[in-house]
Every structure is written in structure tokens, then in C-alpha cells.
Design a protein. Structure first.
Length: 236
């Protein structure tokens, strides 16, 4: 069952305006399984590297400039999300949503989606991308992995390109223990960074069951460097 689309309302678009810290935007059409979605993304995402908090005259504390990039691994993961045979209306949490591509793909597949990120601008952009594709039944959650608020666990958690710094690994694994249900799954896409092996060793120590797949969902025995892969984590 595909997600139902409604005409975008002016009130919805005003509630989730595009982030003002980005000066120029561009549109990109992303093909999924049997459907296309339209994404609004920064025309020059590197512009965010220079973001300054004008109210304080200094760089914003804990500002992550990479939420505006639409990374190649996210594009491949979005295709997989659109192909997974998850039950319609399954509750899904997208971690580190950025532009919201994975969450919009899940909405298009008929899922109930919560976009989460610790950057409020990422939540704004994800909401705008959901709405411009005609999806209004979603939630947004400002979420800090290092000090996470208590939330009800989800049967499915999805993420992409979130393992690029080792300091994220421990908080992420602790978080996944809390935000996935007992029988739940976490699916994390990675472009093939060497740090993935470090993360997987830590995941084993956290007593997760691990499976690794390529972009065709063919299972792999070991992670590779320089090639897309998606990891499925389940609690033992």
C-alpha cells in the first residue's frame, strides 16, 4: 500500500518554512520503486560550513553543517526503503533525517514516520519535503543522541550516513537499545567508510545481531570499504 497524498495547504507550508540560513535552494527528482519524489535541497550545501549565529556573533555550538547534503548512500537507501515489505502503517523513526529523504520514501510506502534530528533546520526541511510531496501525517522530533529524551520505542529505525565520526558510535548504540522495540530492527546505510568495522565491533559488544547487505539486499559476510552497504541491527 502506498502512502496517500493530499494537496499541500498554505498553512502547512507556512508552519514548516524552509530554513532561512540557506540562501539558495534547488529541486531534485528522486526515483523510487514505482514512484518519484521531489526533494528540495540546498543548492550549495557547503554554504552551511560557514554558518554563523548572528545573534551571538560566533559559530553555533554543536552545529552540524552536514544535514544539508543529500549523500549518495541516502539515495540508495531510499530505494531500499521503498522496496521493503514492511506492514502498512508501521511506525518508523528516521534518525539524523537531514533533508528527510528516507522518511519521505517511507511515507510514500505507507508508513507512519517520525523525522528526528538534533538540528532544527533539518526538521524544517524534512517537513517541507514531506509536505511538498503531499504527505501531512508525520511527526518531527528534536533529538540529541548524547542526551536523548524518553520516547516510545519503534519497530523500525532507519538512518543513513551517520557513522562518519567515531564519537557518535557509542551514543548511537545506546540510543538504539532504547528506541527500538524488543523485536525491532535498525537499518543503517553507509557508503563504505572504514569506521563501519569499528561500529560493528561495538555493536557486537552491545549484544546486537548484525547482518550486512549490499544495495541489492544480497547478504555480505564482511563490511567493505568504498562500497554502499546497509546494516541491520536486532537485539539478541
Amino acid at each position: 500500500m502506498r502512502g496517500s497524498r493530499n494537496d499541500t495547504t498554505r498553512e502547512s507550508m507556512q508552519e514548516f518554512a524552509l530554513p532561512a540560513i540557506v540562501s539558495r535552494w534547488q529541486q531534485e527528482i528522486i526515483p523510487l520503486d514505482g514512484i518519484e519524489i521531489q526533494m528540495t535541497i540546498p543548492a550549495d550545501p557547503d554554504e552551511l560550513l560557514q554558518v554563523v549565529d548572528q545573534s551571538e556573533g560566533e559559530k553555533r555550538e554543536n552545529f552540524d553543517p552536514y544535514w544539508g547534503h543529500l549523500w549518495p548512500a541516502a539515495r540508495k537507501m531510499a530505494m531500499l526503503v521503498s522496496q521493503f515489505n514492511w506492514k502498512s502503517e508501521t511506525r518508523i523513526l528516521e534518525l539524523g533525517c537531514g533533508s528527510g529523504l528516507l522518511g519521505v520514501a517511507a511515507l510514500a510506502a505507507g508508513m507512519r514516520v517520525t523525522f528526528s534530528d538534533h538540528q532544527p533546520e533539518a526538521l524544517q526541511l524534512s517537513a517541507c519535503n514531506a509536505i511538498q510531496n503531499g504527505y501531512h501525517a508525520f511527526d518531527v522530533l528534536l533529538f540529541d543522541w548524547f542526551a536523548p529524551a524518553a520516547i516510545d520505542p519503534f519497530p523500525i529505525v532507519i538512518a543513513s550516513d551517520v557513522l562518519y565520526e567515531e564519537r557518535f558510535h557509542q551514543p548511537l548504540l545506546d540510543l538504539l537499545q532504547r528506541v527500538t522495540t524488543r523485536e525491532g530492527e535498525a537499518w543503517i546505510a553507509d557508503p563504505g567508510r572504514s569506521l563501519l568495522s569499528t561500529f560493528l565491533r561495538m555493536a557486537q559488544q552491545h549484544n546486537f545481531q548484525i547482518a550486512i547487505y549490499d544495495e541489492n539486499l544480497k547478504e555480505k559476510f564482511f563490511p567493505g570499504i568504498g562500497h554502499f552497504q546497509v546494516v541491520r541491527l536486532k537485539k539478541r
